[in-house]
Design a protein around this ligand. Sequence first.
Ligand code: HSE
Length: 439
Amino acid sequence: MEKPGRNRKAEIKIGLLGCGTIGSGVFHLAVKNKRAIEESAGRPVRVSKILVKDFDEPRPFPADESIMVTDPGGILEDPDIDIFVEVMGGIEPAKSFALRILNRGSNLVTANKDLIATFGPELIEAASKTGARFKFEASVGGGIPLIRPLEESLGGDNILKIMGIMNGTTNYILTRMSSEGITYEDALMEAQKLGYTESNPESDVAGTDAAHKTAILSSIAFKKGVTQDQVYREGIQSIRPEDLENARELGYSVKLLAITECDGGGIYARVHPTMIPLDHPLTSVSGNFNAVFVIGESVGELMFYGQGAGSLPTATAILGDVVNIAGELGTPLASNRDYWLRPADVRSIGDVMTKFYMVLKVVDRPGVLAKIAGVFGDNDVSLESVVQKGIGDSSEIVLITHVVRDENFRRAREGLENLEVVLEIPSVIRVEGETAASH
Ligand code: HSE
């Protein structure tokens, strides 16, 4: 048996900031997988202190109360801690704590997507100046390895486009609406009961959570700083069960997709409900699973799939970062990610080229279709398919356009809304991923 002594490398001490759903998962795995972690890290790893708001707060896994403190100073200023792990969530006090840690050159791992998506450049700059190790694999896609594969494994390729299901709540809702025909409201209630949603579920259904993750992946993939306010977003609140039925009949599924691509130096980053072909790999991703489809110039198509949230999946990503930092300690910093400080040329949604699905409720009388076709023609929007369904005195037109500039489609939509024969436009969904060429 190996004796502790000169050959044994010093233990890595973790200061855990927060011990709720994710923090208690980190503590649990650090104990349960101690041996595997030691083998990967090359030295023992132990949580030596935990900052909590309340000793008795509910947590899915028990943690050692004898190492819990409630005074932030007692842990943030502890010179024995090698790596801080921030799992409190939210902006403050997480941001102040993170800056305090990084500004003095201490190492930090965080799962905090809001913090990175909003203040990424400021935090990266602090880490870069002091040489602190700063990692945040768990901030996007929970347990799915994404940041390290994009940064390191694909570091020799040019990433062209990423399309991802990056929010489990909305994927669960759309899956249930599509497979069981239940309403949006009932599906949302189920997702809340299952604990998938953010504390404010509006952040899930309005696309905000996915937009934050899109900003982080865009920055990593395209080597420029993209912040969440630059990501266009539309939510799933107005998707109707009829749209999911129409989509299926037309050969598509509907997903809330995060899409980001780089073309001619411009970055097009957006989150919106999207129709994708039934045979697209992302169609098979159901329930609360996440998946990220990456297209690299040389590597081609890749897909990363798994649990994008939850205590243990997220904790594995955090411990992966800890292991990674442990292996780097004492070596010069390989990359300080200075590219994150270069502002990105993020283009407006109006410049995006895509197809559209649209439903129009119109009066049923001669000449109506001609008027509608005229508005599309006037705005350079060409139609790929048009289906008309009679419903009493009115009729519903379901159409799909060819690839158009978003701005042109928006103008056509405004023109249609002003036509007296158009009663309502209940649904508009972008269509993507049809051919290898258009991804
Ligand atoms: N509410 C998020 C989701 C949790 O549904 O995916 C992970 O960020």
